[in-house]
Design a protein around this ligand. Structure first.
Ligand code: SAH
Length: 281
């Protein structure tokens, strides 16, 4: 193939630049031959290769991810540090290869065992709210983080970009193992500690935490979470709202006022998370 540099297309296109190609509908039926410029043919072949081998997102996943982050910014996610963290984590490597093509859409996707990877906009929104906590304000970061519900490990990877250490607990053994594999490939893996256990009990061995984030929603806040939240720290969790009208995001700040420690609770928008369940499997 000629290596000459591509010139901008002129219209009408010179006939010499048109080559025989074929187009077909999604099912492959109704294929017909058309004349198209060589450059378009090469682009179509590259597109087709990307569709049939999503792992091959490879080099251009950076660009697709940047576009996802731009969309999240347009939709109102404004914290630059969170946008930067989202742009660093290869979400397509956390889902099955058959779903990788959808990895940069703002949607939750199945990760097996009845669980889902959270929507990027929700991950971004929750982490931005955590960053607004008192401790985070002082340090401009999340400090030491406890995550309940590792799932495939995606959110743990985003958190790791903004914190000193992430301790993440998962109650389903196969997902805990999957997250180990997914996160093992990342530069930030040294900061992430994965625990197989019941997140309702928190992880007292590494407490207290400056930030606690739950990726599964229950009826009540487990007392262990409050006990393990550092003074000045912030917790964010989906919870079934009073009157059982679905889940909402709840934020708890642990304050110390005149030597007295107290928890201040605020309620935010409606969300949809998998249920928080106790025990391990
Ligand atoms: N943060 C994850 C989201 C996973 S979905 C990601 O980025 O992919 C929520 C996860 O919470 C599920 O994997 C579910 O098994 C887990 N979970 C539910 N209750 C739990 C509990 N008590 N302790 C630990 N994990 C729990």
């Amino acid at each position: 193939m000629s290596q000459s540099p591509e010139r901008p297309a002129r219209f009408p296109l010179p006939l010499g630049k048109l080559v025989k190609g074929s187009v077909s509908n999604a099912s492959g039926a109704g294929q017909r031959e058309v004349l198209m410029p060589q450059r378009h043919l090469r682009e179509a072949a590259a597109d087709a290769a990307r569709q049939s081998a999503p792992r091959g997102l490879g080099l251009d996943s950076d660009m697709v991810r940047r576009r996802m982050v731009q969309r999240l910014q347009l939709e109102g996610l404004s914290d630059e540090r969170v946008l930067q963290a989202l742009s660093l984590v290869p979400r397509h490597e956390f889902v099955d290869s058959a779903l990788a093509i959808q990895a940069y859409e703002d949607t939750s996707l199945p990760i097996g065992h009845g669980q889902t990877i959270s929507k990027p906009s929700v991950v971004g929104r929750m982490i931005a709210m955590l960053m607004g906590g008192a401790t985070a304000r002082q340090q401009g970061r999340l400090g030491r983080v406890l995550e309940i519900g590792t799932g495939c490990g995606y959110q743990a990877a985003v958190l790791a970009e903004l914190s000193r250490q992430v301790v993440s607990i998962e109650r389903l053994r196969p997902l805990h193992e999957k997250a180990k594999l997914n996160l093992g490939k990342l530069r930030s893996s040294a900061q992430i500690r994965l625990i197989y256990g019941d997140g309702c009990l928190g992880y007292a061995q590494a407490a207290p935490y400056d930030s606690i984030i739950a990726a599964a929603g229950g009826e009540d806040l487990p007392p262990a979470w409050l006990a393990q939240l550092a003074v000045g720290g912030r917790l964010i969790a989906p919870m079934v709202s009073a009157g059982n009208r679905g889940q909402i995001l709840v934020v708890i700040d642990h304050l110390l006022e005149s030597g007295v420690s107290r928890f201040v609770r605020s309620e935010h928008e409606a969300v949809l998370f998998v249920p928080l369940k106790s025990g391990v499997m």
